[in-house]
Design a protein around this ligand. Structure first.
Ligand code: PLP
Ligand code: TYF
Length: 394
């Protein structure tokens, strides 16, 4: 049997992570995988998570199974965080999933079950796992223009033009904030235009929100998702807790199915539970429990929000100093977009050859499409990167 297996394409981001580890050079700089790192290059356990774990250790007296959709208290807390009061809780079916990846996977499965004809429109570029999971599930992915190579902003005209080719029932996958891999985002006026188009054409939005709190703040980063959820008849929202709670390996996420028709909720909820059962029975609980505890406790929540805000501001500071340094060294404003982008990533917008040159000659690791993890920088490495970018002729 095993001899029939075919080698599968590797995840380029994870392959780069390994290449970085294997590089013996001291001066190497890792701007690859999307993991937050502080100025010392450490991905810390957040203070509120430590405190919640401590409390959980003292108070938890059972690890028996919870439920197929996870603990409803986790869903309620996350719905509050992501959607605020934009949609009545009674209109939302939700299930805990292993991370945001699990939420995306379950969302795609639900789409395929509900409408096998549906195609999923994805931004060009998007997070590579979107494409690989869609392909694996046999769902047709259609790219819509998104990144403008000239301005390094959003090609909004191209995006709208491409979305106009979608048929009723097709799904539009949108990044709620902090677009991965580009860092370029729609403003709220543009979001409204996309919503109007989706309403006009009967398209179903799916929002992947994996970086709430990393861009313009917890509330601002959720604004677009809320705008969508309160206006469209139905949508799917895949939320990840990996980044904003720093609990990557705990695999914590939530899939929400929002319907303006409250009568639809039970079927949505039951379907999400069914899909969990088919894939892994019960979703992981540890991270979800910590998140619930933090969001429902005023003290822990304030502590968490403060630390998250420090993380956000540190990345904004790095963006600004990199843009400033590049302005100084290149004598031009052509890198100003770095300070406009939001979230963990920016697409530098250079060729694979230059990306390879930066790796080979300077020990700077970014993804082949020139995506940089801004959190991989610090005050010492910003000038090194800026000089390398200019010297390499980017
Ligand atoms: N969606 C996007 C766009 C991401 O960048 C990520 C990665 O962090 C995820 C989803 C899901 O991450 P995880 O499965 O670790 O929660
Ligand atoms: O884009 C990133 O770097 C993060 C982390 O298969 C990640 O989203 C990378 C690859 C992967 C899962 C998560």
């Amino acid at each position: 049997m095993f001899e029939h297996l075919k080698a599968q394409p590797a995840d380029k981001i994870l392959a780069l992570m390994q290449a970085f580890k294997d590089d013996p050079r001291d001066r190497k700089i890792d701007l690859g995988v999307g993991v937050y790192k502080n100025a010392d290059g450490v991905t810390p356990v957040m203070h509120a998570i430590k405190a919640a774990e401590h409390r959980l250790w003292e108070e938890q007296d059972s690890k028996a199974y919870v439920g197929l959709a996870g603990d409803p208290a986790f869903a309620d807390a996350m719905i509050g965080l992501v959607l605020g009061d934009s949609v009545a809780q009674s209109n939302i079916g939700a299930a805990a999933t292993p991370g945001g990846t699990g939420a995306c996977r379950q969302a795609f499965e639900l789409i395929r079950m509900a409408n096998p004809e549906a195609r999923v429109f994805v931004s060009d570029p998007t997070w590579p796992n979107h494409l690989s999971i869609l392909k694996y599930l046999g769902i047709e992915a259609m790219a819509y223009r998104y990144f403008d190579d000239e301005t390094r902003g959003v090609d909004f005209g191209g995006m709208i033009e491409d979305l106009k080719t979608a048929k009723p029932g097709d799904v539009v996958l949108l990044h709620g904030c902090c677009h991965n891999p580009t860092g370029a985002n729609l403003n709220l006026t543009e979001w409204q235009a996309v919503i109007d188009l989706m309403l006009d054409r009967g398209l179903v939005p799916m929002i992947d929100i994996a970086y709430q709190g990393f861009g313009d703040g917890l509330e601002a980063d959720a604004a677009a998702t809320r705008l969508v959820a309160e206006q469209v008849p139905e949508c799917l929202i895949a939320a990840s807790c990996s980044k904003n709670f720093g609990i990557y390996r705990e695999r914590t996420g939530l899939l929400m199915a929002v319907s303006q028709d409250a009568g639809q909720r039970k079927l949505n909820q039951d379907t999400l539970a069914f899909l969990n059962r088919q894939n892994y029975s019960f979703p992981p609980d540890h991270g979800a429990r910590l998140v619930t505890m933090i969001l429902n406790d005023d003290g822990l929540r304030a502590d968490w929000a403060r630390e998250l805000e420090d993380v956000r501001l540190s990345m904004l500071g790095l963006r600004q100093s990199l843009a400033d340094e590049l302005q100084r060294l290149s004598g031009s404003d052509r890198f100003a977009f770095l300070a406009q982008h939001r979230g963990m990533f920016s697409r530098l917008g250079t060729t694979p050859d230059k990306v390879e040159k930066l790796r080979a000659d300077y020990g700077i690791y970014m993804i082949g499409d020139s995506r940089m993890n801004i959190a991989g920088l610090n005050a010492r490495t910003v000038p090194i990167l800026a000089k390398a970018i200019v010297d390499a002729g980017v």
